[in-house]
Design a protein around this ligand. Sequence first.
Ligand code: SF4
Length: 157
Amino acid sequence: MPGADRPFWTRPLASLGREEWEALCDGCGKCCLHKVEDADSGRIWPTNVACKLLDLKTARCSDYKHRRQYVPDCLRLTPALAASLEWLPETCAYRLRADDQPLPEWHYLVCGDRDAVHRAGASVVGKAISEVLAGPLEQHIDWGDEEPLEVERVDEE
Ligand code: SF4
């Protein structure tokens, strides 16, 4: 196969074997944060609320092998989804490779250090709260630079 001598993380996603595919994940945990969809616009907003299975100290799933028993709608990424899901984080290794972009220098496959993703501030460590404690998702939306949607006010009498 052409390019088979290249490191697997520089090859097209479709050419990766199962273990290579799994190893591509940078361990950021960002895809394990809940999102909120605006019913009117269809826009998807990120929150800082993590799936109950996410270990907030390591940003790794606490039961990856059996996760779908507990969270049946946990997404199984594919090359096609990596290329089309708009809500995947811009730094997601699968999204980057689907766009034929290189992995960042803090990716462990590049630098050899699994903790570099956390030191670079590219993971959810120190930034997320578990859904077990969070309460309504709407209170945890990350608006980025945008103004929050207007909330209807009921004036007190
Ligand atoms: S966002 Fe991408 S790279 Fe980060 S944990 Fe999820 S699948 Fe892995």
